[in-house]
Design a protein around this ligand. Structure first.
Ligand code: 3HB
Length: 328
C-alpha cells in the first residue's frame, strides 16, 4: 500500500472511531463524601439531571454520596485509573498531592463566604486548576465550597491557651493539621461522617467544622461551645478523570464542562445565600458562643506561614487577588 492510501485509511478509521465515540452513550459515575442532604450532593443530582436533558437522554450520571465509593483518597485513585468518572472533592486530598493548593487554606486569607466565593471565581484560583491534569491526573472543572471553618468544642475556648492539648477533629489534610498543631492542639484527622460518633463517645474534645454541617449533622447535640473564628475557607472542586476525559469527544467535553460549572456556581452562590441565616440559626441554639479573629491565633498563623509560604508559591498570587477583591 502506498503512503497516501495508508494515510487515507488512517484518517477514515480515526474519523469512524471519533464518530462512534461521540455517539457513545455513557452512564457516568460521580462520587462524593457528603450526606444526601448536603448542598454538594443535591447539586450533584441536579447536574446529573441537566446533563441528561442537555444530551437528549444520551448521557446519564449516577451519583454516589456519603462516601459510598470510598473516602476521598480512594476516590482519587479510582479517578486516576478511570474506574470512577467524576467527583466533587474537598481540596483537602488535592492539597496533599499538589502543595500549591494548600495556599487556599491560609488562615484569614478571606474574610467571609462572599470573599471566599469571589476568590474562587478569580483567575488566580483558576491557575491552580490548571495544575491538576499534570499533578494528579484529574481535570478540575471548577470550584464549589462550604462556609467558613469554626471550632465546636465540649469545653469553652476563650483564649489561645485553651487550645493546648485539645484533641481536635480535622478533615484529613496537611495545611489544617499544621494550623492546629501550631495552636498547641492535637489534631485528629477523621472523615466527616465519623465525626458525630467520635464526639459522642469522647474520642475528640472539639471539631473543626462549618455552620452548615454543624446544623445538618447536629454536632451541637454533642458539644455546646462554639468559637466563631471564620479562620479558613473550605473549597470544593468538581473533577473529571483525566483518562475518561481523553476518551470524550470535544462536544461532550464542552457539554460536561459548561453543565458542571453551572452547578458548581450554584454551590458557591448557595452558600453565599444561606450563610447569614445559618449563623442566625446557630446563634439561636442553646450553646455558648465566643468570637475569635486573626489576632486570637496570631502565633499559630505565623508558624503556619513559615511552613506553607515556601511550599505553596501560589500563596502570594492568591493574597494579592484577595486583597484586590477587598478593595472592590
Ligand atoms: C469536613 O469537615 O470534612 C467537611 C465538611 C463539609 C463538607 C465536606 C467535608 O461540609
Amino acid at each position: 500500500m502506498n503512503q497516501r492510501k495508508t494515510l487515507t485509511l488512517t484518517v477514515a478509521v480515526t474519523a469512524f472511531a471519533l464518530s462512534s465515540l461521540s455517539a457513545q452513550a455513557r452512564d457516568f459515575r460521580l462520587g462524593l463524601i457528603t450526606p444526601p442532604s448536603h448542598l454538594w450532593s443535591t447539586e450533584a443530582e441536579a447536574f446529573a439531571e441537566t446533563l441528561q436533558a442537555r444530551s437528549d437522554g444520551e448521557h446519564s450520571v449516577s451519583v454516589f454520596p456519603a462516601q459510598q465509593l470510598g473516602n476521598e483518597a480512594q476516590m482519587v485513585q479510582q479517578l486516576q485509573t478511570g474506574a470512577l468518572d467524576m467527583a466533587f472533592l474537598t481540596i483537602a486530598e488535592i492539597s496533599n498531592r499538589i502543595p500549591d493548593f494548600g495556599a487556599l487554606y491560609a488562615p484569614y486569607l478571606v474574610d467571609d463566604v462572599n470573599h471566599a466565593a469571589s476568590l474562587l471565581r478569580s483567575d488566580a484560583a483558576g491557575e491552580l486548576l490548571d495544575l491538576m491534569p499534570q499533578g494528579v491526573g484529574l481535570v478540575g472543572v471548577g470550584y464549589g465550597m462550604v462556609g467558613m471553618r469554626q471550632v465546636l468544642s465540649r469545653d469553652p475556648i476563650t483564649s489561645a491557651e485553651d487550645m493546648q492539648g485539645l484533641r481536635l477533629r480535622i478533615t484529613p489534610f496537611e495545611p489544617i493539621r499544621d494550623f492546629y498543631t501550631a495552636t498547641g492542639a492535637a489534631p485528629a484527622p477523621m472523615p466527616l461522617l465519623e465525626v458525630y460518633d467520635a464526639l459522642a463517645n469522647g474520642q475528640v474534645d472539639a471539631i473543626d467544622m462549618d455552620f452548615d454541617s454543624i446544623l445538618i449533622l447536629k454536632f451541637y447535640e454533642q458539644a455546646e461551645n462554639l468559637l466563631i473564628s471564620n479562620h479558613m475557607m473550605f473549597p470544593m472542586v468538581g473533577v473529571v478523570s483525566g483518562r475518561v476525559w481523553r476518551e470524550l469527544s470535544a462536544e461532550d467535553r464542552a457539554l460536561i464542562e459548561s453543565t458542571m460549572s453551572e452547578h458548581l456556581e450554584n454551590v458557591l452562590s448557595g452558600f453565599e445565600a444561606k450563610d447569614a441565616a445559618q449563623e442566625e440559626q446557630i446563634r439561636a441554639l442553646d450553646i455558648n458562643i465566643v468570637e475569635a479573629d486573626a489576632e486570637f491565633f496570631s502565633e499559630a498563623i505565623a508558624e503556619w506561614e513559615a511552613i506553607w509560604a515556601p511550599k505553596a508559591p501560589m500563596l502570594d498570587t492568591l493574597r494579592e487577588e484577595a486583597e484586590s477583591l477587598r478593595d472592590q
